[in-house]
Design a protein around this ligand. Sequence first.
Ligand code: ADP
Ligand code: MG
Length: 697
Amino acid sequence: MSNVTEIYGSMVFNEHTMRERLPKATYKQLMKTIKEGEPLDEEVANVVAHAMKEWAIEKGATHYTHWFQPLSGITSEKHDSFIDPTDDGRTIMTFSGKELIQGEPDASSFPSGGLRATFEARGYTAWDPTSYAFIKDEVLCIPTAFCSYTGEALDKKTPLLRSMKAIERQARRVLEHFGDDEGERVKTTLGAEQEYFLISEKDYEKRLDLILTGRTLFGYPPCKGQELEEHYFGAIRPTVNNFMKELDDELWKLGVSAKTKHNEVAPAQHELAPIFAESNRAVDENLLTMEEMRLLASHYGLVCLQHEKPFESINGSGKHNNWSISAGSKNLLDPGENPMENLRFLVFLTGVIEAVDEYQELLRMTAASAGNDHRLGANEAPPAIVSIFLGEELSRVVDALISDGEYSSAERVAMDLGVDVLPNFLKDNTDRNRTSPFAFTGNKFEFRMPGSAQNLSDCNMVLNTAMAKSLKEFADAMEGKQGEEFEAAAIDCIKKTLRDHERIIFNGDGYSEEWPLEAKRRGLANHRTTADALPCMIDPKSVELFDEFGVLSETELKSRYEVKLEKYNKIMNIEIRTMKRLVRRDYLPAINNYAAEVARDIAQIRAAMGDANTLPMEERLRELTDGAAEINRLLEELHRLHYVSLDLEDQQERANMNAHEIIPVMDDLRAAVDAMEIIVAREAWPVPTYNEILFYA
Ligand code: ADP
Ligand code: MG
């Protein structure tokens, strides 16, 4: 076992290393940049770059890269070596402040939604000093933002950082009323729980659908699923355990605070939860975690599947987004110990309720993807309807505020909700409502819609910006009010806001059949597919929100909408093509061959014994030939629709067609093939089935 305290963060140029390695004055300057957002001047950058390079070389690094998150969501890097050859045929290793601060990747082939295409193909990357540089695979990685030369954001990180600024500014205005220390930074925090599957490389290699699309496009449910619930928190397979140990080690070296690991509900499914961090760092860390998972699995003959729904009929993988906001060391979503703290808590809680109700469609949109469409609304994930779960205790408080009634806690202590006697309600830590997409869990909210493959920047950006708006409205309304006048006005404001947004609160079973109907009555949106969820991005209401807080301009927002649409359509195109190819080249030949074999068997048996009962075999033969005919029919239908869709120039129209006309045919085709899987002989079936893939040794 490694010495954790020794290796932890050893590959990170963190504050500790900075203090150790930088001259005092430089360190101070850099801290001003990191903590207060002051610009970094080039001289300071040069000193930092030099120290960083020396440190990196000592750790074996030969290259550096600006590590960024283009709109595709996954990270990108281009490696440059430190070498600077000298006249005498040798080399020195150099790295300047300029190279640290700014890079110029030739980024013309990253998705930009038309932002860069016309006039300027280049983009530039700029160091985000609030996220530490680290060494991965002998490369010094510098977390950066990625923008066009005209300043438009071309990445996921930039708007997230902008939204963090926006919420901080508005939260400060609110906190002033509570006499809070101005020097305290307001931060949003994120803890990203990552679910994933591990399967054997041998099976994976035989499944072209997994290789090309990340999910199985075919496959009959396994004989044993998750009904025994023995996998959840069960003993971890030795190979998987070894994988997890190495993963922890590597993550700890990178300063990623991997904390909890366990088996998940589905067979072969696992989860890793880190300790939360400031949002932008937490997103970086999550991306690193995902990358390390994929890489390290190969050391154990395993493949890590991060798709949202690799297996039909088996739970999919999500990425729970635990979100909170804090000032200094105070968690602002922590119910307090005294009336004033409780009032502050209620202001922030109400802000979240308003933000989530008002911008429910945007929030839903951030979890929309071709992969996640197979998960949301299925029986193990929250539905595509956004609602908030508050838990029993807190709901009582909110109900009392809404109805101007009395608050009685679980212990039946009736309390008046007058300002100076706000109850010290207990925090309700007992939340086990797993069916809610947005649940209060004691001192944070857990947004459960995002899928395992997604970059969490988007949903945090939306949450932060929508919350900034709630806080701004509150601060505007409280302008100039102090003392008791403020307290009374604040309570009024809370009550009114809660009344206006009561409909978003739902403590019941999100998986029940009644909920969509009830949600409809309440006027809540239910965008079932990505095609339905994306258009809200370009609603005037969304444009106004992001513009008001300087998070995304209208042009930036539109480009993002286009990128998401195109991505959805591209994935659909790949899935359709893979499906057709597999049916034509693998499944149909296998079914036909097997049918011919059964026919030969019947003939042979009859020849040997004229009165043999071959009826069951004939019936089987009929099933096989009928099945093949049905598969052929659906294949032709899919093929026809596919070509109609490719002729649609308008990406939204194509997405609509994919979601509403093509997917149902894909589902039918899949079902027809799966029905054959269970009657064709094992050795005649061309690929490993769920039984084998999910229950390996
Ligand atoms: P569970 O979801 O199983 O109840 P926990 O509530 O302990 O587990 O934690 C879930 C995740 O929430 C962890 O990643 C944890 O770091 C994160 N988390 C805890 N507190 C906060 C917070 N204030 N802000 C953001 N994330 C948090
Ligand atoms: Mg959780």
